[in-house]
Design a protein around this ligand. Structure first.
Ligand SMILES: *Cc1c(COP(=O)(O)O)cnc(C)c1O
Length: 381
């Protein structure tokens, strides 16, 4: 296996490093794992599927009571599937919103004509559990609550353990969008009560993009039979098909699965959630310290910052031009992401994917180099 953490200028494939919320940089060995054409009925492919699904359950320590169901598509397909399967037509969903991904869940409910209520806070404010408690106490129609683990819009960490406690106290079912946190931030089903969580192959698990998955409490999935308004997103049906003949219902993304199996090997070799979370935390701290040293300011205070993606205020210096800044970094081998926020003009830099200290340091050097090209030595804003 090539140790791609040693590269600074570009990844082993010659591509720029992706400091984005996804798709993300993958290791060379994950990409190489895709150099095969498997038939969907191939015995080794079937074994590989089973191995992946088992390992996803193990990541949340859900052995015995949780099952995992894979689904073709990007992460949003899995979010939509979770809403459509678990919230029945006569249910009501409380959506805890503090960013674009929470908003998207409300849009899904509009499409599905599911009744819902929102509890919204600004993008730099975590979900308010006291307000949640009051809402659940007052509105007895609410059957389900959904929360976004790390709101990738800003990079804020939501207090899912407390959210889960409140939901459990009121006997409501909790659904979690942990897309940008699963595999890097702890989510332990033995300690946190929830019915379903969704994530995808290409965020913190560092596989290729193209599939999502839901890890669900088996009893909740059984109870969800017949709820899905969509055939392709019917998690219950997909799960039953896999149980029946170990096959996906429709053409499986074989290459994505090959990459995902290898990505999970590398995830385990790194020490699972603890190891991966540690590397991301180190990346995040290094990036924030380095950017602050150059004068940039983070949107979030450190205690609300998840080690996933960091939002920086857009500098007000007239010499600073974001489009030119983006291009300057890209030319130096690093891709960042514009902000998507309403609370502040900003841009974002991710610290997840196959990135190590060297690439973060390289990105900081690229930022300093690009600024000096603008004639800026230090951002003062
Ligand atoms: C990435 C992400 C999604 C899914 O996005 P896709 O572009 O559909 O893969 C959903 N929720 C959160 C919190 C995310 O970070």
């Amino acid at each position: 296996m090539i140790d791609d953490s040693k590269n600074t200028v570009s990844s082993p494939s010659g591509d720029p490093w992706l400091l984005t919320p996804g798709p993300l940089t993958t290791s060379l060995s994950v990409k190489q794992a895709m150099l095969h054409d498997y038939g969907s009925r191939d015995a080794s492919f079937i074994d590989l599927n089973a191995r992946i699904l088992e390992r996803l359950v193990a990541i949340i320590h859900g052995e015995g009571s949780y099952v995992s169901v894979p689904l073709q598509g990007s992460g949003t397909f899995a979010v939509e599937a979770m809403i459509g399967n678990f919230v029945p037509a006569d249910g009501k969903l409380l959506i805890l919103i503090n960013g674009a991904y929470g908003q998207r869940i409300a849009k899904i409910c509009d499409y599905y004509r599911r009744s819902y209520r929102v509890q919204e806070s600004a993008e730099d404010v975590p979900v308010d559990c006291a307000q949640l408690d009051a809402t659940l106490g007052a509105d007895h129609d609410i059957s389900h609550v959904v929360v976004v683990h790390c709101e990738t819009t800003s990079g804020i960490l939501n207090p899912i353990a407390e959210v889960a406690q409140v939901a459990a106290r009121h006997a409501r079912s909790l659904l979690i969008d942990s897309m940008s946190a699963f595999g890097a931030l702890p989510l332990d089903a033995r300690e946190i009560e929830f019915d379903a969580v969704v994530a995808s192959s290409n965020k913190c698990l560092e596989g290729a993009p193209g599939m999502g998955f839901c890890v669900a409490r088996e009893s909740a999935l059984v109870a969800a039979e017949g709820n899905s308004p969509s055939l392709v997103l019917d998690l219950y049906d997909q799960w039953r098909a896999l149980q029946r003949n170990r096959q996906w219902r429709f053409t499986p993304p074989t290459h994505v699965l090959l990459a995902f199996d290898q990505a999970l090997n590398e995830f385990e070799a790194e020490g699972g959630v603890a190891g991966r979370g540690r590397r991301y935390r180190e990346n995040c701290d290094l990036l924030i310290d380095g950017m602050r040293a150059l004068g940039f300011k983070t949107l979030l205070p450190d205690e609300l910052q998840a080690p996933i993606i960091i939002t920086f205020h857009m500098p007000t210096n007239p010499l600073f031009d974001f489009a030119a800044f983006y291009d300057g970094l890209k030319e130096r081998g690093y891709v960042i992401y514009p902000g998507k926020l309403t609370v502040a003009d900003s841009f974002r830099m991710g610290c997840i994917g196959r990135l190590h200290r060297r690439q973060i340091q390289g990105a900081l050097d690229a930022v300093a180099g690009t600024l000096s090209q603008f004639g800026i030595e230090r951002i003062e804003s």
